[in-house]
Design a protein around this ligand. Structure first.
Ligand code: ZDP
Length: 284
């Protein structure tokens, strides 16, 4: 079986051309094995490019490195767009520059998401509108129709002021003075498995250096500390706007590099721009 390894700012994925079947050709258990950095290829997740449904061009499914299946993946969908463009270009005997700019309508468990290859190596993704009600995160922290903005949450014997955002997947965002000082490896899993998050949660710590420049570290549900998280960067800007810490348009600095995020005032949708980089292809 062939695969291609991509990364978006060091958030790395194994991409599989699964266009001939509507079910992923690997089980979650096989994906865990492939993601292993010691016993496999090594990645934060496996992404399957499947045939489209509901009028979309393609379908994306993803398994985290622990085998769980998230609804959406921001860095991953940029990689998927780049992967699809390369498959299409190869089939046409063309270069990828010749088919971009190009947009794809991708069916995901979080609805239709639209990445657009800009032709300069960057991909802008229409990530849709964030959902803010407790029921949509989901969290039991407050009652179902309420938002969670600067809400206090007890984690590991300490009180944290959290803001929750769904970008299709759950995010719990905390603003801190010094993001480098956060003990991510110890506190991250406690947030992820906290009883108020029935589907677990992705966890972001943000330092607003200025309202247009945020530094972020992330503990991902099902993948642990990663170098970048696209949906998390979107959630950070939404949480920043809700708490007055961020403008609607900001640069997010992650350990693996920077993403540009805009929460549009016009249509309420979040637009994410960043790179998607091919690393190598292989056979397993
Ligand atoms: O929601 C989850 O379980 C995440 N681990 C999914 C992956 C998110 C990702 N890092 C992103 O960029 O949005 C791929």
């Amino acid at each position: 079986m062939e695969f291609t390894k991509y990364h978006g700012l060091g958030n790395d994925f194994i991409l599989i051309d699964n266009r001939s079947s509507s079910e992923p050709c690997l089980t979650p258990e096989q994906s865990v094995q492939m993601c292993s950095r010691h016993f496999g290829i090594g990645a934060d997740g496996v992404i399957f490019a499947l045939p489209g449904q509901n009028g979309n061009d393609y379908t994306m499914r993803i398994f985290n490195s622990d085998g769980s299946e998230p609804e959406m993946c921001g860095n991953g969908i940029r990689c998927l767009a780049q992967f699809l463009a390369e498959l299409e270009a190869t089939a046409l005997g063309a270069g990828i520059e010749e088919i971009s700019p190009r947009s794809y309508r991708i069916h995901t468990l979080a609805g239709t998401i639209t990445p657009r290859l800009k032709g300069n190596g960057l991909v802008t993704v229409d990530m849709g509108q964030p959902q803010l009600s407790a029921a949509s995160i989901p969290t039991t922290l407050v009652s179902g129709d309420q938002k969670i903005v600067n809400q206090s949450l007890e984690v590991a014997g300490q009180s944290w002021s959290v803001t929750c955002v769904s970008m299709g997947n759950p995010h719990c965002v905390t603003f801190v003075d010094d993001v480098a000082a956060v003990p991510l490896e110890t506190i991250g899993p406690v947030f992820e498995h906290h009883s108020v998050f029935p589907q677990r949660t992705n966890t972001e710590f943000i330092q607003a250096v200025t309202p247009t420049y945020l530094k972020m570290r992330v503990w991902e549900r099902g993948a642990g500390a990663t170098l970048a998280c696209g949906t998390g960067a979107c959630a950070a800007v939404v949480a920043g706007v809700l708490t007055g810490k961020s403008d609607r348009h900001a640069t997010i600095e992650l350990p693996g590099g920077c993403l540009e995020i805009e929460w549009s005032q016009l249509d309420g949708r979040v637009y994410m721009t960043g790179p998607a980089t091919k690393v190598f292809t292989g056979k397993i």
